[in-house]
Design a protein around this ligand. Structure first.
Ligand code: HPA
Length: 282
């Protein structure tokens, strides 16, 4: 079955639960699902009810779609994303982005947990991603290209929307949250990195390293969507003084920073994006 047929079947299934249209889609990262509880939900659709989606197996990921309103703004939030390390292809893990696009979403807000490679970053900082390094040695767009979904050779000169980056940084500054912009690099995982790898990542120009987001952003760029991605630094990755890292520690720090990310995204959507018909975010 062609990808576009899978997308249509899956979108029809979601429409069976929720007949409204959302322009904003949200993907919640590790330990960052609290935002979903702020949504005045009309329905929660478990991933296994949506055809062609894999099942969510990752730590701290629920695997459901929450459809409803944040303030006055209709949104769809994916509470639990899919990762390459779960054994799924990049095409499978990015299917939710395609489905959201089919449902009318044109603005995507992503969150994730990451290791801080830049020496200026501390645990609990928020990095507003302004560019990325795809170090997964794979690409979700490999295979026949369906022109209805996007161009064969998509532009990637600015996959992260400048207006949204500026707005997010401005809100963080007003709130007194430690936030800056920078480059996110993605490995497949699931292991955390060696000291030599963290050193290499710094040389390559990465500010943070994680195991998600980049495939989703590539597909969003292919589909012509506007993207904002926020990364919570959960561990400091300085090769010369490196401690050990565990999934439960990453989850704990992500959860303790979560109220700031939730507040930031909520403010962005309910005050800035809600007023967008006035054209204040390019
Ligand atoms: N490396 C990769 N992914 C991560 C890390 C890390 O150090 N921390 C949180 N997610």
């Amino acid at each position: 079955m062609e990808l576009s047929e899978q997308i249509c079947e899956a979108a029809d299934a979601v429409r069976g639960y929720w007949n409204q249209t959302a322009r904003i889609g949200i993907v919640l990262g590790t330990g960052l699902s609290q935002l979903a509880t702020q949504i005045e939900a009309d329905c929660c659709v478990p991933c296994h009810q949506i055809p062609h989606l894999p099942s969510a197996t990752a730590l701290g990921h629920k695997g459901q779609w929450v459809c409803g309103k944040l303030g006055s703004v209709p949104v769809i939030a994916l509470d639990g994303r899919f990762h390459r390390y779960e054994g799924y292809s990049l095409q499978q893990i990015t299917l939710p982005i395609r489905i959201m696009r089919q449902l009318g979403v044109d603005t995507l807000i992503l969150s994730n947990a990451s290791g801080g490679v830049s020496p200026r970053l501390n645990s609990g900082d928020i990095l507003v991603i302004d560019d990325h390094l795809n170090l997964m040695w794979d690409n979700p767009l490999i295979g026949p290209n369906e022109e209805t979904l996007g161009p064969r050779f998509p532009d990637m000169s600015r996959p992260y929307n400048e207006g949204l980056i500026t707005a997010a940084l401005e809100i963080a500054r007003q709130r007194g949250y430690a936030a800056s912009r920078g480059v996110y690099a993605a490995f497949t995982g699931p292991n955390y990195e060696t000291r030599a790898e963290y050193r290499m990542l710094r040389y390559l120009g990465a500010d943070v390293i994680g195991m998600s987001t980049v495939p989703e952003v590539i597909v969003a760029a292919h589909a012509g969507m506007r993207v904002l991605a926020l990364s919570v630094v959960t561990n400091v990755c300085q090769p010369d003084t490196l401690g050990t890292t565990s999934g439960s520690e990453v989850l704990e720090i992500a959860r303790s920073t979560e109220p700031k990310v939730t507040d930031l995204v909520q403010e962005l959507i309910t005050s800035r994006l809600a007023a967008e018909t006035c054209g204040n975010i390019p």
